[in-house]
Design a protein around this ligand. Structure first.
Ligand SMILES: *Cc1c(COP(=O)(O)O)cnc(C)c1O
Length: 230
């Protein structure tokens, strides 16, 4: 089978397995535009990239109706280059980064949709808000003055391990935080509008997405199971 038809077959297979309401982001980092086009021709429109430079090189060569999710660690000095080019920045891992995205978006008269990345895995190296940092940020009410970001939900990664019980515990912890924040953000008492469109729980990758979906993910990010090993 050619690489293109292999990609199309894997996309269709994955889609047939996903419950309704769970969206698939095809993670195309390190993969050439030809591979992305193969997925596009199989109907895929949501793609994830993790490096600003690579994203800026590839995206102009691809169809304009692709929705790009940025999923990698975002350095503050790259924010300006990225603003206005993404459907969703999933990897906002600090208040400082969030505020910068807000101010850069305001300068461009845009509203940028983001997820807050939470750290639930055992590895120390992973980026993201701890549960306590997230709670402190929400109860500070600081998000109320950030008018140029939509905080659409949370993104999480589980511990990188073959022990399914550990992976499940990590995802369950992220899902509990998601429900807690959704509750806390609540609705505006005057307009009854939600204060933030908080509804996306992004978790699960090639090796662990079925567990993530069982624990409540409604967006999964799958790379190697579609495009092959990197
Ligand atoms: C690379 C990456 C993925 C996809 O990983 P696979 O194991 O290839 O499916 C998902 N999420 C993030 C944040 C990533 O960096």
């Amino acid at each position: 089978m050619s690489q293109s038809s292999l990609i199309a077959t894997r996309i269709e297979e994955l889609r047939s397995l996903l419950p309704e309401g769970v969206q698939l982001v095809a993670v195309s980092k390190f993969k050439p535009v030809e591979d992305i086009m193969a997925a596009y021709e199989a109907g895929q429109r949501l793609f994830g990239e993790s490096r600003v430079q690579e994203f800026l090189e590839k995206s102009p060569r691809l169809p304009a109706d692709i929705k790009w999710h940025f999923i990698g660690h975002l350095q503050t000095n790259k924010v300006r280059q990225l603003i206005g080019k993404t459907a969703l920045i999933e990897s906002v891992d600090s208040v400082r980064l969030l505020k910068l995205i807000d101010s850069e978006s305001r300068a461009r008269d845009l509203v940028t949709s983001v997820l807050l990345q939470v750290h639930v895995a055992a590895e120390e190296t992973k980026f993201g808000f701890s549960a306590d940092e997230l709670r402190a940020f929400i109860s500070s009410g600081d998000f109320l003055s950030l008018n140029n970001v939509y905080i659409c939900g949370l993104m999480a990664m589980a511990t990188n391990t073959d022990h399914v019980d550990i992976v499940r515990r990590d995802f369950a912890e992220a899902a509990a935080l998601f429900r807690e924040v959704k509750q806390a953000i609540g609705v505006n008492p005057l307009t009854l509008e939600p204060l933030q469109p908080f509804r996306i729980l992004s978790m699960g990758m090639s090796g662990d997405w079925p567990v993530a979906v069982e624990e409540g993910a409604n967006l999964i990010r799958v790379g190697s199971a579609i495009f092959g090993e990197r």
